[in-house]
Design a protein around this ligand. Structure first.
Ligand code: 5GP
Ligand code: ZN
Length: 139
């Protein structure tokens, strides 16, 4: 797609530090390097994000994650990896060509904080919400 920076990386019209490429996907270092080795993996096909991604594209994209995650841990000496994916502006998406962030973790002082707030469980509310969502999943 014209004006899409990641399509331009796929086409090779702008440079990227690629770590993996095949017919369907490409993985390259994120220019901001939130942690050392911060890598993006994208489908070559232009898709906005997970919310409009065909299942077959998702299968191919996610199937490539484990080997790249393993390579990143070996190459950087990371003790762990976070997989982060932002869908739409409300979730922090800034480039509207689907991508997964692989973030090697190099200890608690590596500059990345991902905080999950813990709430007291409300079991009836959970059951009601699960029912609503499961109806949507089956549509
Ligand atoms: P988002 O916020 O959409 O999940 O993440 C977009 C990511 O793309 C950001 O982490 C940003 O640093 C990265 N990025 C934006 N433009 C370029 C570029 O031209 N080259 C590379 N390698 N990464 C980019
Ligand atoms: Zn694109």
């Amino acid at each position: 797609m014209e004006n899409c920076i990641f399509c331009q990386i796929v086409a090779g019209t702008i440079p990227a530090a690629k770590v993996y490429e095949d017919e369907q996907v490409v993985a390259f270092l994120d220019i901001t390097q939130v942690t050392p080795g911060h890598t993006l993996i994208i489908p070559k096909q232009h898709v906005r994000n997970l919310l409009d991604m065909p299942d077959t594209t998702a299968s191919t994209l996610f199937a490539n994650v484990p080997k790249i995650a393993r390579a990143l841990t070996k190459a950087t000496g990371a003790q762990g990896i976070n997989l982060v994916n932002n869908n739409e502006e409300a979730a922090g998406q800034t480039v509207f060509h689907a991508h997964l962030h692989l973030l090697p973790r190099l200890g608690h002082q590596d500059g990345l904080t991902i905080d999950f707030t813990t709430n007291e469980p409300n079991f009836p509310a959970l059951a009601e919400l699960a029912q609503t969502i499961s109806q949507e999943v089956s549509q």
